[in-house]
Write a protein of this length. Structure first.
Length: 199
């Protein structure tokens, strides 16, 4: 006998989850009840819709921004010893040697900070904090090779080009996220996306 379930006490997120899992052929009336409750709750609390983050769903622009700010702050912190030892004047007209050294140093510190999370979870520290990860387009976790060598490294190399390269990596790249797919330029290059995860 089909037991009665009181869905009225469910949160909007729980209702979405229930509707996704229910067999509508076996329980058509129950599915209809859930759909009606979803409509009512969406109308009553439209702000709640934007707070629901389902695993596998593409990350919002704001969550990716927060993750990027965290990672950027950590990246800047790693440069403190460089500025202390080299001095700011050296960056006004950097030599090829300095640029090359900084690039190698950047690769090293990036892998030191994020390597473990990138390898096992497809995340940087910022992405881990926001519970988002880099995925292949099929939803599987992207490998370290894909994330670093196809996604991050091209932007780092392009950024070494004065003016034009920095414009592409620093401005054009993130602006792509405002497109329908919510993917940055480096996501298109690596064929990746950033989605919510449970880690």
């Amino acid at each position: 006998m089909d037991s009665k379930i009181d869905f009225s006490s469910y949160s909007l997120e729980e209702l979405y989850s229930s509707l996704e899992k229910i067999d509508k052929d076996i329980y058509p009336e129950r599915a209809k009840q859930i759909e009606e409750l979803i409509r009512l709750k969406e109308a009553e609390s439209p702000e709640e819709i934007n707070t629901i983050k389902n695993i596998g769903e593409k990350s919002t622009k704001s969550d990716r921004l927060v993750a990027a700010i965290i990672d950027g702050a950590l990246g800047l912190a790693t440069l403190i010893p460089v500025f202390y030892n080299v001095g700011f004047d050296a960056f006004k007209e950097p030599s090829i040697y300095l640029i090359g050294t900084l690039f190698i140093y950047g690769v090293f510190t990036t892998l030191l900070l994020h390597g473990y999370l990138l390898y096992y979870y497809g995340q940087t520290i910022g992405k881990n904090y926001m519970s988002i990860r880099v995925e292949n387009l099929d939803g599987s976790k992207a490998s370290l090779i894909t994330i670093y060598f196809k996604r991050m490294l091209p932007m780092q190399l392009i950024g070494l080009i004065p003016s034009f390269g920095q414009f592409i990596s620093g401005i054009v790249n993130p602006l792509f996220i405002f497109g329908k797919e919510r993917r940055c330029l480096h996501d298109y290059l690596a064929k990746t996306k950033v989605s919510y995860t449970d880690t």
